[in-house]
Ligand binder design. Structure first.
Ligand code: NAD
Length: 459
């Protein structure tokens, strides 16, 4: 059995909270810190506040025992060997990552640092952040030998975050000190030795058997670049297939066939070759912008990333044009919208292309009845219901008497919808699918006019 290590995780959002309960699941003792008192109280009471599969189960199992929640970072710093920083790094107006939350945490840690600690940047940050954290701590009067700063980027995906954390493709540890690298290697030992996978699972339905993930020890700067380059590359893949899907639409070819033909090449691979209404979320848009900005500041022309952003933005406009092409005029049309979250299985609406499209449709004079299994509460705060926008109780409530139904988020439950019932509920049986959830021939059999992305329309 690997040794239990005392860990503080600062920031209890999508990454911090998942990391905290998963570290506990791996056997460690965790203090999870957030400066939002309301959040801390909710977590202490067992409310995860975010929609994430398996998170409620793990929170229930470990809260107030192996995972304690507090607003007191000083106490957590004193008690723990490793302090993970998992606060937000949003995009600033210039496109750079806003690192003020990271800096604030680093300075607060410095003020209570009296014995050796390893400070781990888990937030996604630009190259050189590690050095800035070190400098900030030293400027607060802490001796260099009292701490190390390590980069341990996180690759989890919202919706599958818990499973991704416990079954990662790889773990990256960027450390310039052997002592710090050894501590991080120890923290992940339950996964990398395979020991965790031999224990009975606490998460129903998650396969225990797994090949232990490789742990890549790198320099701090390499680790920082690995995270930005990974997200940028994934964004490249999405924009590439979106551009190819536009070519398919112009030629009546089928992007699904094309993607399969491309993806079977083992050098390319089949994943992330699904076209749609563009990427969104709290990571890809800001990380692409931040990576481009880092390159610019270093005098490197990474114009390819600007092109990726341009293609991404144009996908939403193309989808709006598709809606218009199906409905002729938009003013006064009643539209059902399925999906508000930036992707399925999450309630996260940050940079959601679905919400951008709802706003565009309202701007065109449509009335929208929108449904999402988890994201309505968050969306209502940003986009209150009004004369042109209603939040529906389920997909059929949204579809009731609508002139067309738009699919904007790839929730599994939308793909499984009862098509006969949907046909009977809509005023006109028109489905415009921005996520390619349905098989066009099945939609045709059910009598729908069906438009999707990069595939010939039917009906
Ligand atoms: P989030 O907004 O959900 O959570 C951030 C948390 O930090 C909030 O609860 C906030 O209250 C807290 N916080 C802010 N300042 C604080 C302070 N001074 N002290 C204590 N707590 C503080 O953000 P997130 O989605 O979890 O992302 C965190 C980081 O992880 C970002 O850098 C992001 O890019 C990166 N990341 C996110 C994902 C993802 O899918 N969300 C995946 C990989 C990496």
């Amino acid at each position: 059995m690997s040794e239990a290590i005392s860990i503080a995780v600062v920031g209890s959002g999508y990454v911090g909270l998942v990391a905290a309960v998963c570290f506990a699941e791996m056997g460690h003792d965790v203090i999870c810190v957030d400066n939002d008192e309301r959040k801390v109280a909710a977590l202490q009471g067992g409310d995860t506040l975010i929609h994430e599969n398996y998170l409620p189960e793990l929170l229930e199992r470990y809260r107030n025992t192996k995972v304690r929640f507090t607003t007191d970072l000083a106490e957590a710093t004193r008690e723990c060997e490793a302090i993970f920083i998992a606060v937000g790094t949003p995009q600033s107006e210039t496109g750079d990552a806003d690192l003020s939350y990271v800096e604030a945490v680093a300075c607060e840690i410095a003020r209570s640092l009296t014995s050796y600690k390893v400070i781990v940047e888990k937030s996604t940050v630009p190259v050189y952040t590690n050095e800035w954290i070190r400098r900030a701590i030293e400027r607060n009067g802490v001796a260099r030998e009292l701490f190390d700063v390590v980069s341990n980027p996180e690759f989890l995906r919202e919706g599958t975050a818990v499973v991704d954390f416990l079954h990662p493709d790889r773990i990256v540890v960027g450390a310039d000190s052997e002592r710090a690298a050894a501590l991080l290697n120890g923290i992940y030992a339950p996964l990398t030795t395979g020991e965790y996978y031999t224990r009975p699972s606490h998460i129903e339905g998650v396969c225990n058997v797994a090949t232990p993930p490789p742990l890549l020890n790198t320099s701090t700067k390499s680790a920082e670049i690995i995270k930005h380059a990974s997200n940028a590359f994934l964004a490249v893949k999405i924009s590439f297939i979106n551009a190819v899907s536009n070519l398919c639409e112009a030629t009546d070819a089928n992007v699904e066939q094309v993607a399969r033909g491309i993806g079977l090449d083992s050098r390319i691979g089949p994943k992330f070759l699904r076209p749609g209404i563009g990427y969104g979320g709290s990571c890809f848009p800001k990380d692409v912008a931040a990576f481009r900005s880092v390159a610019e500041q270093l005098g490197i022309d990474f114009g390819m990333l600007s092109e990726v952003e341009k293609i991404n933005a144009s996908q939403k406009k193309r989808f709006l044009a598709k809606v218009r092409s199906a409905l002729w005029t938009l003013r006064g049309k009643r539209l059902a919208v399925l999906g508000l979250a930036f992707k399925g299985e999450t309630d996260d609406i940050r940079e959601s292309p679905a919400i951008d499209l709802v706003e565009m449709l309202i701007g065109e004079g449509c009335t929208v009845a929108a449904y999402d299994p988890a994201a309505i509460k968050r969306t209502e705060q940003e986009l209150p219901a009004g004369a042109q926008l209603r939040y529906a109780t389920d997909a059929f409530d949204a579809a009731n008497d609508a002139d067309a139904l738009l699919v904007l988020t790839d929730w599994a439950e939308f793909a499984a919808i009862d098509l006969d019932k949907l046909y009977a509920t809509l005023r006109y049986p028109i489905v415009i699918d921005g996520r390619n959830l349905f098989d066009p021939s099945v939609m045709q059999e059910h009598g729908f006019t069906y438009l999707s992305v990069g595939r010939p329309s039917v009906g």
